[in-house]
Write a protein that binds this ligand. Structure first.
Ligand SMILES: [Zn+2]
Length: 545
C-alpha cells in the first residue's frame, strides 16, 4: 500500500516520528525567536537612536535663557552713579552704623524696640535727601516699620515696590564669631556682623541708591514704594502685614515687587560653569504640625507594654523612614535647571536639558544632599519632642513638633493626609499649628516686566552671570503683599560662595565691601531701568543682524 505520508506502524516508529516533529518544531521556533529578538533589538535601537537625537538636539538648542538679551531697550539709565572716594567712605560708614544697631527679633512678642527706634534715627540722619525730598512721602507703620512712597511723573505707569527688613535674628559672640556680631568690624575686605547679608544690605542699599539718585536730580517716571519691615524674622505680622494694609486701603496695585530671598550663587551649584543669579519666583509652603499621644499615668514599677513616649517615638520613626514623595521637576525647579542647562558641564548638561527623561535619576542623586533634597520634595523635620516629668513616673503625655517645607507640587492638605497615613496609628493625635501652601509662581517669560527688568539690570552689571528663575526654600515678608501684585521676585545681588550660605542666621555673617557697593549700584540702576514704559519685543536685535 502506498502512502502519501509516512504512517508509523510500531511504537518505536511512533516515538521516532514524535522526536522528528519535535526537532523540526524546535528548529522552526528557534528561528522564529531569533527573528523576533532581532526585530525587538532593532526597534529598541531605533527608539534609542530617536531618543538620542531628541536628547542631543534639546541639549544644544535649549535657549530658555535667551529672553530679551538681544532686544532693543529704551535707555532710561541716564544718571550715572560715579561715586567718589569720599562718598564711598560715607556709604560704607552708613552700612556699618546699621550693622552696629542690634535690632534683634527674639520672638513675636520680644523685640529690641529701643534698637528699632535707634534705627529710625539712623535712617533720618544718613539719608537726608530721602527724608526731605518733596517726591518722597514717608510713613512709620506698626511703630517701627517704614513705608516710602516715591512719586512718578507718569501716573499711567503702574508703580513697583522694593522690600527689605530691618530686624535680625539673635547672635552671640561666644558661638565662634571672628568679630563681635554687632561690631561691623572689617577683616580682609569683609564687614562682619549680624544682618550684613540678611537683610540690612538691602535696607541700606535701597535707601542709599535713592539718596544718590535724588542728590543727582533724578525724578522717576514710574512711581515706586519702599517697604522696610521690622519683624520679618518673626513672621512680619506687625510690619509687612500693616504696610500691605495701608497700600490696600489706598487701592494700590503694583507692577512687581522685589524682596530679599535668593542671591548670586558662585561655585555653589555642582557642575555649573560660572555664577548663577537665581531669582525666586515662588516660595515653598510651610506647616508646623503637633503630634501627641496620651496614656494612663502610673508608677514606673508596673509599666504597661507601651506608654506615650514609645507610641509617639514609633510614629516619628515611621515619618522619618518614609520621606515625602519625590516631586523634582513638577515645580519651578524644572525651569531653574533648564535655564542653567547650557552652563552645565557634560554629562550634566545632557541631563539638565532633558529633565523629562532624567528626572527620576537626578532626583535620586540630589536627595542625598540636604540642601538639594529641599528642591526634590516636601521636607520633614522633627524639631521638638517633650515628655516625662519624673524618673519614676510613667509619662501620661508626649508631644512632638514637626516642621515641614511644602513643595509647590503638593498642597498642605495632601501633606497632612500623607502624615496621617504614614503614622497610621489612631492613638497619635495630629494638629496643624500653622501652615500655608507654597506661594503662586510669578511670571518669568519675555513679557514679564519685573523679571526682565531685574534680569537686564543684573546682566548689565554682571555679564558673567546666568540668570534663572528659582524657588525660595525659606519665607519672606513678600507673602503678605500677595493681594497687591501677581509678580513677586525674591532676589538681591549678594554674592554667595561655598560656605557662605551657612553664615545666614549662622556665625560669621559677613558682606564684602565691594559687594555692598555693587548692591547700592544695583538698586541705583534698577530704579532707572524700571522707568521704561514697556518691554521691547523679543529678539529685535537678532533680526537686525
Ligand atoms: Zn531675611
Amino acid at each position: 500500500m502506498q502512502h502519501s505520508t509516512f504512517v508509523p506502524e510500531s511504537p518505536i516508529e511512533c516515538a521516532a516520528l514524535h522526536a522528528f516533529v519535535y526537532r523540526k518544531m524546535l528548529v522552526h521556533n528557534k528561528w522564529r525567536i531569533i527573528r523576533l529578538l532581532t526585530l525587538v533589538g532593532l526597534s529598541l535601537l531605533l527608539v534609542l537612536l530617536i531618543l538620542f537625537i531628541v536628547v542631543m538636539s534639546r541639549t544644544f538648542t535649549l535657549k530658555e535663557n535667551l529672553g530679551l538679551q538681544f532686544a532693543q531697550w529704551e535707555n532710561t539709565t541716564i544718571i550715572s552713579a560715579d561715586i567718589s572716594k569720599q562718598q564711598r567712605e560715607v556709604l560704607l560708614a552708613n552700612f556699618k552704623a546699621a550693622i552696629r544697631i542690634p535690632s534683634v527679633s527674639f520672638s513675636q512678642t520680644h523685640q529690641n524696640t529701643s534698637a528699632l527706634r535707634e534705627f529710625d534715627q539712623l535712617l533720618r540722619r544718613v539719608f537726608p535727601n530721602v527724608f526731605s525730598s518733596s517726591l518722597v512721602k514717608h510713613e512709620v507703620v506698626g511703630n517701627y516699620s517704614h513705608l516710602f512712597t516715591v512719586l512718578g511723573t507718569d501716573p499711567e505707569l503702574v508703580p513697583y515696590m522694593l522690600l527689605a527688613h530691618i530686624d535680625v535674628v539673635p547672635a552671640n559672640e561666644v558661638d565662634g564669631w571672628e568679630a563681635p556680631p554687632f561690631s561691623a568690624k572689617e577683616l580682609n575686605g569683609f564687614i562682619y556682623g549680624r544682618g550684613t547679608i540678611d537683610n540690612k544690605q538691602c535696607v541700606m542699599g535701597i535707601l542709599q541708591a535713592v539718596e544718590y539718585l535724588l542728590e543727582r536730580g533724578y525724578v522717576p517716571r514710574r512711581g515706586f514704594y519702599i517697604g522696610l519691615g521690622h519683624d520679618e524674622e518673626v513672621y512680619g505680622y506687625n510690619g509687612a502685614v500693616n504696610i500691605a494694609k495701608v497700600l490696600k486701603s489706598g487701592g494700590v496695585k503694583l507692577q512687581y515687587i522685589l524682596d530679599e530671598g535668593l542671591a548670586v550663587m558662585d561655585g555653589i551649584i555642582t557642575g555649573l560653569n560660572g555664577p548663577a543669579a537665581l531669582i525666586g519666583v515662588s516660595e515653598k509652603g510651610q506647616a508646623t504640625v503637633k503630634l501627641s499621644a496620651s496614656t494612663r499615668l502610673g508608677h514606673s514599677s508596673m509599666p504597661p507594654k507601651e506608654n506615650s513616649i514609645g507610641i509617639l517615638a514609633a510614629a516619628i520613626t515611621r515619618l522619618e523612614e518614609s520621606p515625602m514623595p519625590r516631586l523634582f521637576g513638577y515645580g519651578p525647579e524644572q525651569s531653574t535647571f533648564e535655564h542653567l542647562a547650557h552652563k552645565f558641564q557634560f554629562p550634566l548638561r545632557f541631563m539638565m536639558s532633558n529633565l523629562w527623561l532624567f528626572n527620576p535619576l537626578l532626583s535620586r542623586v540630589m536627595e542625598r544632599r540636604p540642601d538639594m533634597n529641599a528642591f526634590v520634595r516636601t521636607t520633614t523635620a522633627v524639631t521638638m519632642f517633650n515628655s516625662g516629668v519624673k524618673v519614676n513616673v510613667l509619662p501620661s503625655h508626649a508631644e512632638a513638633f514637626v516642621n515641614l517645607r511644602i513643595h509647590p507640587a503638593q498642597t498642605l492638605q495632601e501633606v497632612l493626609d500623607l502624615i496621617k497615613s504614614t503614622i497610621s496609628d489612631n492613638r497619635v493625635k495630629l494638629e496643624l499649628v500653622d501652615g500655608f501652601d507654597s506661594l503662586p509662581i510669578s511670571s518669568y517669560d519675555e513679557q514679564s516686566f519685573g523679571y526682565q527688568i531685574i534680569k537686564k539690570t543684573l546682566l548689565d552689571m554682571f555679564p558673567q552671570v546666568t540668570v534663572a528663575p528659582s524657588i525660595c526654600i525659606g519665607n519672606t515678608d513678600s507673602r503678605h503683599y500677595m493681594d497687591l501684585t501677581q509678580d513677586i521676585y525674591r532676589f538681591n545681588p549678594t554674592w554667595l560662595r561655598p560656605g557662605e550660605p551657612e553664615r545666614i542666621h549662622g556665625i560669621n555673617e559677613r558682606m564684602s565691601v565691594q559687594n555692598y557697593e555693587e548692591i547700592v549700584l544695583f538698586y541705583f540702576q534698577l530704579i532707572q531701568e524700571s522707568d521704561i514704559r514697556i518691554l521691547p519685543p523679543s529678539h529685535t536685535g537678532q533680526h537686525e543682524l
